[in-house]
Design a protein around this ligand. Structure first.
Ligand code: NDP
Length: 323
């Protein structure tokens, strides 16, 4: 068991964590990134990325995350493959965290970038056809279905927004919902029902995602939740939009969260209510959820962290001078 001491501990290794690390390392804060269970985050389970600025051609999600990691290391970040299992925020800075490895981390400030996970239906074919027709992000992958037939599964704001977004690329969008009414806000529902490119299939549960001879998604097997009748729907792409779960279990009772578990920050900043504790990326953002917005928030957290540390050092020096 080792004790790691750092000016800035960054928990999580998606675009927010790596961007925070790049800025912190360049500010000579010698940050540590504890990478977590899925180093590289959600982008490591996507394939083509076409909307991250700086690349003319499509890049692969796992490659992009490796590059971000290498960049962070190159400027002086220490990567540690561990998962934080407990944190002590109660006593203020320096903060103490314990890893799954048993290692202890002592940090003058903390940047939480633990991200979120899309919820999946957990039915056959869903994971096997990930990147081959099945996705959980229309903004990321909708562009690949130009002129094709697509379905969105879910009945909340995300599902309706994704269906509306997909009509930019496809004239044939089906929203599949397990009940006969939507949870989404009324204004979104009005837009949905007014859009001639969208058909709603009510009372349908997706039983499986089925591949065609080419190994790509070919159709969905459905069951009517009211009558039990089975049917199929041929689609080129299916977007599962049944919600996201932020990775905030660790902070329950320690930091304020909204009703869905997203960490609350001071509006327009990554500052939590505890001075020296910052949150960036999908762990605090259920609206934009993009790699580029997460990266931007990671940068903001590192800059605010640097200011916090400078002010703290100033206070310590003043106290020493007064003694
Ligand atoms: P929600 O939890 O609001 O909705 C999830 C939807 O998926 C529900 O319709 C639910 O069905 C359905 N669902 C859940 N599990 C299953 C399952 N196993 N099988 C089939 N269907 C399932 O999630 P969202 O991602 O839509 O929204 C999350 C939060 O983010 C909300 O607070 C939302 O308001 C907010 N948001 C706000 C936006 C905005 O303001 N522009 C945009 C997007 C999200 P059922 O209704 O039957 O429970």
């Amino acid at each position: 068991m080792a004790t790691h001491t750092t000016k800035m501990l960054i928990i999580g290794s998606g675009p927010a964590g790596y961007s925070a690390a790049i800025y912190a390392a360049r500010a000579m804060l010698e940050p540590i990134v504890v990478q977590g269970l899925q180093p590289g985050g959600q982008l490591t389970i996507t394939t083509d990325v076409e909307n991250y600025p700086g690349f003319r051609d499509v890049v692969q999600g796992p490659w992009l995350m490796e590059e971000m990691k290498a960049q962070a290391e190159h400027v002086g970040t220490r990567m540690i493959w561990d998962t934080i299992v407990s944190v002590d925020l109660e006593h203020g800075a320096p903060f103490r965290a314990i890893g799954d490895s048993g290692d202890e981390y002592i940090a003058d400030c903390l940047v939480i970038c633990t991200g979120a996970q899309a919820k999946w239906l957990g039915v056959p074919g869903e994971q096997a056809l990930g990147g081959k027709g099945v996705s959980a992000c229309a903004t990321c992958d909708g562009f690949f279905y130009r002129g094709k037939t697509v379905a969105v599964i879910g009945g909340g704001n995300t599902a309706v927004e994704e269906a509306l977004y997909l009509t930019n690329h496809s004239d044939n969008v089906t929203l599949i919902h397990r009940r006969d009414s939507l949870r989404a806000e009324k204004i979104l529902q009005e837009r949905l029902f007014a859009n001639p490119k969208i058909t709603v299939l009510w009372n349908k549960a997706v039983d499986s995602f089925e591949a065609g001879a080419n190994g790509m998604l070919h159709h969905l097997a459905l069951t009517d939740t009211a009558t039990g009748e089975a049917s199929t729907l041929e689609v080129d792409g299916a977007f599962v939009a049944i919600g996201h779960a932020p990775a905030t279990e660790l902070f329950k009772g320690k930091l304020p969260m909204d009703e869905s578990g997203y960490l609350l920050t001071e509006p327009g900043t990554p500052k939590t209510v505890i001075p020296g504790v910052f949150a960036a990326g999908d762990v605090t953002d259920h609206v934009y959820r993009q790699a580029v917005t997460a990266a931007g928030m990671g940068c903001m957290a590192a800059l605010d962290g640097e200011r916090f540390l400078a002010a703290r050092q100033h206070t310590v020096k003043e106290a020493e001078a007064a003694e």
